[in-house]
Design a protein around this ligand. Structure first.
Ligand code: SF4
Length: 387
């Protein structure tokens, strides 16, 4: 997609949501774009006071690139690693922990919050505790672990989710890996059927639930609403928190009680870690199947895709992905209106664009999504679960 169109969409996001909006710079994989363009995208988002996160499989996200992006305003990097990707040489999630460790080292010390995304499917469901255990050991760098439940949508070829994979069963597996029962109901983020979130404190690789006092947690969250938080610096996060709580006398005593209780709970770990504490959060994202979209969930979506015609719920977008992606885009250039054809990458004048947009002329490897799946299925190249 031409940089000009991406800039237009970044500006559109700013007009819709304003400063401090989190923007996932994703793809495909954004690291496949020319480096100077990716840097320019991150810089433009940061320049507008929004928060760019690089979403990548990490293959081309070298330390050098992360360094340059961090210097240009990147706030977070989210590495997506799991067994659905069938990376050569890795036969299990346990094996993939070596790769996760490698990526952690690439991002260490750059001032970035490091996230990991994992698609949960039948092939790795049993290994969730092991993955969580790994993040617990690396909570000095890893700040968020997001588990995304496989859904029958988009370009994925896994299709229907196994019945045993639910928000509840994944939450239980995460708790098993965390070694404590985590409260996934506070705070509520978007629709409860879509998202679950839990936050912990970590000291000496031991986790402690941050939301084990629901009443107090809700009061703090209410107080913090609208307070700008700079996640890139723990000191600034703590200062923002203290500043917000200090402004409400009713929270002074409950806060003191909470801090003393946590300190007592964590005393042995704090002693072993010499007082070093990290925050680690877990997120469960329950994407919807394309054929079973629920109106209330789509209307309260917190993951919107910036399409050419405005923000659209990611589930809706995924359900209509081919239509969205393959549509030629009108782009106003210095020479007048042109149409960018996503299939060929060519810019065409209005009268030329219709004849360029013909999928039949493209080789199979250029076709994505359902078109590709249909073609592969017709050749008997996919498993029986593909439609
Ligand atoms: S993308 Fe939006 S609608 Fe879909 S599961 Fe996530 S929050 Fe819900």
């Amino acid at each position: 997609m031409p940089l000009r169109e991406i800039f237009r969409r970044i500006d559109m996001i700013y007009r819709h949501y304003g400063p401090r909006t989190d923007i996932q710079v994703s793809g495909g994989d954004p690291t496949l774009r020319k480096r100077h363009e990716l840097v320019a995208i991150v810089r433009r988002i940061a320049h507008l006071g929004m928060r760019p996160t690089l979403f990548t499989n990490g293959i081309k996200a070298t330390r050098d690139l992360l360094c340059e992006l961090a210097a240009n305003g990147l706030v977070d990097v989210a590495f997506h690693i799991d067994m659905t990707q069938q990376r050569r040489g890795y036969g299990s999630e346990r094996d993939l922990n070596a790769l996760r460790g490698e990526y952690i080292e690439r991002a260490r010390g750059l001032g970035l919050s490091v996230f990991f995304n994992t698609t949960v499917f039948a092939g790795n469901f049993a290994e969730i505790p092991l993955i969580v255990g790994f993040f617990r050991q690396h909570a000095d760098v890893v700040k968020l672990a997001s588990f995304q439940l496989q859904a029958e949508t988009g370009r994925g070829i896994l299709r229907r989710r196994a019945d045993r994979i639910t928000q509840e069963s994944v939450a239980a597996r995460i708790s098993a890996g965390a070694g404590i029962r985590l409260n996934f109901d506070i705070p509520r983020i978007g629709h409860p059927s879509c998202n679950r979130y839990a936050a912990c404190l970590e000291a000496n690789a031991t986790l402690y639930d941050l939301c084990d006092d629901p009443k107090y947690s809700r009061a703090v969250i209410g107080r913090m609403a609208g307070t700008p938080i700079d996640r890139a610096s723990t000191g600034r996060v703590v200062r923002a928190l203290v500043g917000a709580l200090a402004g409400d006398r009713r929270l002074w005593l409950p806060t003191l009680r909470f801090v003393l209780r946590k300190a007592w709970q964590m005393r042995f770990s704090l002693f072993a870690s010499r007082g070093r504490v990290n925050k680690l959060s877990f997120f469960i994202h329950n994407f919807q199947d394309a054929e079973r979209l629920r109106h209330d969930r789509c209307m309260s979506c917190i993951f919107m895709v910036a399409t050419s015609h405005g923000p659209v719920s990611m589930c809706v977008y995924n359900a209509k992905r081919d239509k969205e992606i393959l549509r030629p885009l009108a782009i106003d250039t210095a020479d007048g209106r042109r149409y960018w054809d996503p299939l060929s990458g060519a810019m065409a004048r209005p009268h030329e664009q219709a004849e360029n947009n013909d999928t039949a002329k493209l080789p199979l490897k250029r076709l994505k999504g359902r078109t590709r799946r249909r073609a592969l299925t017709a050749r008997g190249l996919t498993g029986s679960d593909a439609r």
